[in-house]
Design a protein around this ligand. Structure first.
Ligand code: S3P
Length: 430
């Protein structure tokens, strides 16, 4: 088990760093590239463990993917019906996105497949996709009374469905849109609040049409995707750790290059702004595809704020690092409507409360979120990640401002989303 040691930073963080490719977009570029006709050349692909699970799964289904491990990955698509039955179990590692989105695709095939993953993934709820997919005619069989991986999918003919999702989840929405491509008739999905829209943007770009009416999406089956070059912007969820570091480490001024600025993902910028964090966006590009830009951010005095409602799906992966920010903000920060945190890579409400408490934070868990009183002088402690990459990185950033050394246990998980996190952090320390 790997342990990371973090020492408090004496002088501020300085410098400019490139943010690695977006995880959500990298997954989708492999999946949709595989279902497209012709080649999809992906630049700034994220070579993290999660995205490599997606790529290997498609290789196991006969898709040629070149350049893995480099910045430019080329997927040779075989069209909507060009996948082959995998000869073994598809290993989804730690990746909920790979599992849920691929379930939609696999349900519509004419072959048998089995997916499994690591301990954390095998505890995450799959019923949220199994139920609607079954309603479309899918044949999915999972452990624990049809809830958990391992899961078997016996491909079958699908029909459109009109589904009201109880959760604002891009994984559920995307799973059903992908299944909808294989379905007879129209598949309609309504979500309670807008979740990240990368699937919609990429499908449009590759030539698929669908209709959006408020929170309802309708997609007609049997459409052709056309392979095209895909530029992956940097992952704002990865950038968020360094935004937080820039804001809370005294004397810092850093530039984060090429950060994805899709409005369905920028909740962390809204949150930092409402807490009084100082930043500016420079050189914004790509408004017609997935916008991105450079973010210059500096140390700022923070004040507490309340977060909830439609902001939550736009900041869902950033709540652990938001909690770290809140420990440095004057007043009581409340994060609510975030029950989904309980079913991420770990129960992030419990994990954040347990570990930040060890560092001296004034923090309480609620059924739907967190209450944090600040500012607190954090102290170094031995803390654990629960095998959750975002916990590990949030604790590393907290360690930068703690008094004394912070030891974070079980940090291999950082590789699932941000393999060069520690190198970039070291670079900013100078
Ligand atoms: C993701 C959607 C979110 C997010 C996850 C990636 C995606 O999950 O937490 O890290 O790529 O679609 P939910 O859709 O379950 O909220």
């Amino acid at each position: 088990m790997q342990t990371i040691k973090i020492q408090p930073v004496e002088r501020g963080l300085q410098g400019s760093i490139p943010i690695p490719g977006d995880k959500s977009i990298s997954h989708r570029s492999i999946m949709l590239g595989a279902l497209a006709e012709g080649k999809t050349v992906i630049t700034n692909f994220l070579n993290s463990e999660d995205c490599l699970c997606t790529a290997k799964a498609f290789q196991n289904m006969g898709i040629e993917i070149a350049g893995l491990g480099t910045d430019i990955v080329v997927v040779s698509g075989n069209g909507l019906h060009g996948l082959k039955e995998p000869s073994g179990i598809l290993d989804m590692g730690n990746s909920g996105t790979s599992t849920r989105l691929m379930s939609g695709i696999l349900s519509g095939q004419s072959f048998y497949s089995v997916m499994s993953g690591d301990q954390s993934l095998c505890r995450r709820p799959m019923s949220r996709i199994i139920k609607p997919l079954t309603g479309m005619g899918g044949r999915l069989y999972a452990r624990g009374n049809n809830q958990y991986l391992p899961m078997t999918i016996v491909g079958s003919p699908l029909k459109g469905i009109d589904y009201q999702s109880p959760v604002a989840s891009a994984q559920v929405k995307s799973c059903l849109m992908l299944a909808g491509l294989y379905a007879d008739g129209v598949t309609r999905i309504t979500e309670p609040a807008l979740s990240r829209d990368h699937t919609e943007r990429m499908l449009t770009y590759l030539g698929v049409s669908f209709h959006r009416d408020g929170l309802t999406l309708s997609i007609q089956g049997t459409q052709t995707l056309q392979g095209k070059p895909i530029r992956v912007p940097g992952d704002i969820s990865s950038a968020a750790f360094f935004m937080a570091a820039g804001v809370i480490v005294k004397g810092s001024e850093i530039i984060l290059e090429n950060v994805g600025l899709n409005p369905t993902r920028t909740g962390i910028l809204d949150a930092i702004r409402s807490m009084g964090g100082q930043f500016e966006i420079i050189n914004e590009i790509g408004k017609d595809w997935e916008p991105s830009g450079n973010i210059r951010i500096q140390f700022s005095q923070l004040k507490a704020a309340e977060f909830g409602g439609t902001l939550i799906p736009r900041i869902i992966d950033e709540v652990p690092i938001l909690a770290v920010l809140a420990t440095q903000a004057e007043g009581i920060t409340v994060i609510k409507d975030a029950q989904e945190l309980k079913v991420k890579e770990t129960n992030r409400i419990d994990a954040v409360v347990n570990e930040l408490s060890k560092m001296g934070a004034q923090i309480e868990g609620r059924d739907d979120g967190l209450v944090i009183e600040g500012p607190t002088l954090l102290k170094g402690a031995r803390v654990q990640s629960y095998g959750d990459h975002r916990m590990a990185m949030s604790l590393a950033i907290a360690g930068l401002i703690a008094k004394g050394e912070t030891l974070i246990e079980d940090t291999e998980c950082i590789h699932t989303s941000f393999p060069n996190f520690m190198d970039l952090l070291q670079g900013l320390k100078g």
